[in-house]
Design a protein around this ligand. Structure first.
Ligand code: UN1
Length: 495
C-alpha cells in the first residue's frame, strides 16, 4: 500500500475537498510508488489563503529575531534528517545521492542565513533636509506569499523562497511541483516541528493549472515567487497583473561555457561534465552550450566524448552512478525530440543521442548523456532550453566572438569562461549578459548566500539568495518624525 500524503491547511492535515488523489513514482523505477497525494483544486486554495490571511497579523507581530530563532531550529532539524531527506528526494526525482545531499545542504545554509537575518533586516536612517526632523526607512512584511516551485531542486528552491518570506513576516501558501510532493511535505513537517504556528504555512498539492493558477489569481495573495519555465512564467505574470501582485520569476536558461586555448584543459573538462550532466542536465543553470576556441576544439571534443561515454547511468541511490534518469516520461521525450531536431538541422551527434538499451535501465526514464558537435549558433539546440542531458558544442575564433555567441540567446542566467588570461577574464565579466558569471568554474554551483537570478527572459529582475531576496519579501515603510513643534514644509520652508 502506497503511503498516503495530505495537504496541510490551517494547522491540519487534510485531503483535497474533492477526495481526488494522484500518484508520485520513482523515475528510476516507474513501478515504485513513492506515495499518493491530494489532487487539489480552487476550493482547497481558498481555505489555505484564508488561513494564511488570518495568521498574518500574529506572525507579523512576532519579533523578527524570534522568527529567526524558529528558522535556525529548522536548520538544526534538517541537519539531523539530512540523509533521510536526500534519500527520499533521490527516490522521487532521480538525481544522485551526492546531489540530493547538496540540495538539502542548500536548504540548511538558507535556514541559518535566515536565522541570523532576523537580527539584521537592516533599514536606513537618513538625515532630513529640515531641522529637528528624523527620517528612516524600514522593512515591513507584505502579507500572503504564494510559493510555486519546481522539481529539480525540491528542497533548496522552496527554502530559498519560504525561509526569507517567513523571516520577513509573511505567511505562506505553498504549491510544490507534482513530481516532488514528498520532499515538500517533509519541509512543511520540519517547519511545524520547529514551531511555525498554525496557518502560517499551508501546503496545497496538485497541478499547476488548477492549484498554481488559483493561487496566482487569488486577490488575497499579495506576492508570488515562482521558479519554472519561461512559458509558465509569462502566464503567471499576465494573470498576477490583474490583481497587481508583486511577482518574482526565476525562469529558463541556455547557459554556456567558453574554453580558451590558455585554459587548464583538464579543469575545463571536469567543469563541463559536471555543468552539463549533473542533475541529468535538468538545472536552469545547466551548461547546455560549450563554446570551444578553434585551436583546442578537436582535442577537447575528443577528450569530452571519451569521458561522456564513460558516465554511468543508473538509480541515483546506487554507489558509482554518475547520472540519474530524467524526472518523467515527458522530459525524456523532450530530450529525444531535441536530439531529432539537432540531427535534422545538421549538427553531428558525437555521443549518446538515444534511450539506453540496457535492460537494467528499462524501468526508468533514462537518456544517454548526449553531445552534439558542429552546432551553429542559430540551430534550435543552441537556442532553446532542453532541460535534459544534451550539450551543444560550438566553435569560435576568439574570446570576443565567443562572448557574442554566449550572449546570443533570449536567456541570461549563468555563464562560464575557462582561461588563465586575467585581462580576458575581466573583459568577459564585463561583457557577458548573465546574472551569474563563473571564471574557471562550471555554470552550476551557486552558493545560497549570494544573489541568484538572471537577465533577459530568465526572469523579471528580482534575485533570490543572500541578502537580495529580502528585498522581494519585504516592503519599504518610510517614516518621518518631526520634533520641531511647528509645521515644516519640505522643499518650501528650507529653500
Ligand atoms: C537551478 O538551476 O534550477 O547553482 C537551481 C546551482 C544550484 C541551484 C540551481 N545551487 O546549480
Amino acid at each position: 500500500m502506497a503511503k498516503k500524503f495530505q495537504n496541510f491547511i490551517n494547522g491540519k492535515w487534510v485531503d483535497a475537498k474533492s477526495g481526488k488523489t494522484f500518484e508520485n513514482r520513482n523515475p528510476a523505477n516507474w513501478d515504485e510508488i513513492v506515495g499518493t497525494f491530494p489532487k487539489s483544486g480552487k476550493e482547497d486554495v481558498e481555505e489555505a489563503v484564508k488561513a494564511a490571511r488570518n495568521a498574518f497579523d500574529s506572525w507579523r507581530l512576532m519579533p523578527a529575531p524570534k522568527r529567526g530563532d524558529i528558522l535556525r531550529k529548522v536548520g538544526d532539524i534538517m541537519v539531523a534528517r539530512k540523509e533521510e531527506l536526500a534519500r527520499q528526494m533521490t527516490r522521487e526525482m532521480g538525481k544522485v545521492l551526492a546531489e540530493t545531499r547538496g540540495d538539502v545542504q542548500e536548504g540548511i545554509d538558507t535556514a541559518y542565513y535566515a536565522g541570523t537575518e532576523g537580527r539584521r533586516l537592516f533599514g536606513h536612517t537618513v538625515p532630513s533636509e529640515l531641522p529637528n526632523k528624523y527620517n528612516m526607512a524600514m522593512r515591513v512584511p507584505i502579507g500572503v506569499a504564494g510559493i510555486v516551485t519546481p522539481w529539480n531542486f525540491p528542497m533548496a528552491i522552496p527554502t530559498w523562497k519560504i525561509f526569507p518570506a517567513l523571516l520577513c513576516g509573511n505567511t505562506i501558501v505553498f504549491k510544490p511541483a507534482s513530481d516532488t510532493p514528498a520532499t515538500a511535505t517533509s519541509l512543511v513537517e520540519i517547519l511545524l516541528e520547529a514551531g511555525v504556528p498554525e496557518g502560517v504555512v499551508n501546503i496545497v498539492h496538485g497541478g499547476g493549472g488548477e492549484v498554481g493558477m488559483a493561487i496566482v489569481s487569488h486577490p488575497e495573495v499579495d506576492l508570488i515567487s515562482f521558479t519554472g519555465s519561461t512559458g509558465v512564467g509569462i502566464k503567471i505574470s499576465e494573470v498576477a497583473s490583474q490583481t497587481l501582485k508583486r511577482v518574482s520569476l526565476e525562469l529558463g536558461g541556455k547557459n554556456a561555457q567558453i574554453v580558451m586555448p590558455d585554459a587548464d584543459m583538464d579543469l575545463a573538462l571536469e567543469g563541463v561534465l559536471w555543468g552539463a550532466f549533473g542533475t541529468t542536465g535538468q538545472r536552469c543553470t545547466a551548461t547546455s552550450r560549450l563554446i570551444l576556441h578553434e585551436k583546442i576544439h578537436d582535442d577537447f571534443l575528443k577528450m569530452l566524448v571519451d569521458r561522456v561515454e564513460k558516465l554511468k547511468l543508473g538509480d541515483g541511490l546506487q554507489p558509482g552512478v554518475d547520472v540519474g534518469p530524467c524526472v518523467n516520461e515527458g522530459q525524456q521525450k523532450t530530450t529525444q525530440s531535441y536530439v531529432e531536431i539537432g540531427l535534422q538541422q545538421g549538427a553531428t551527434l558525437a555521443a549518446g543521442g538515444e534511450i539506453p538499451s540496457d535492460p537494467n535501465l528499462k524501468k526508468g526514464w533514462f537518456y544517454k548523456p548526449t553531445v552534439f558537435s558542429g552546432v551553429k549558433p542559430d540551430h534550435r539546440i543552441a537556442k532553446e532550453e532542453i532541460f535534459g542531458p544534451v550539450l551543444s558544442v560550438i566553435k569560435t575564433k576568439s574570446l570576443d566572438e565567443g562572448i557574442q555567441i554566449l550572449n546570443d540567446t533570449i536567456y541570461g542566467l549563468s555563464s562560464s569562461v575557462y582561461t588563465k588570461d586575467v585581462n580576458g577574464a575581466f573583459r568577459a565579466i564585463r561583457d557577458i549578459k548573465a546574472g551569474i558569471t563563473y571564471i574557471n568554474a562550471p555554470t552550476i554551483g551557486a552558493e545560497a548566500h549570494m544573489p541568484f537570478g538572471g537577465v533577459k527572459q530568465t526572469g523579471n529582475g528580482h534575485r533570490e539568495g543572500g541578502w537580495a531576496v529580502y528585498d522581494f519579501f519585504s516592503e519599504w515603510k518610510t517614516v518621518y518624525i518631526d520634533y520641531s513643534g511647528g509645521l515644516q514644509r519640505a522643499q518650501i520652508d528650507n529653500y
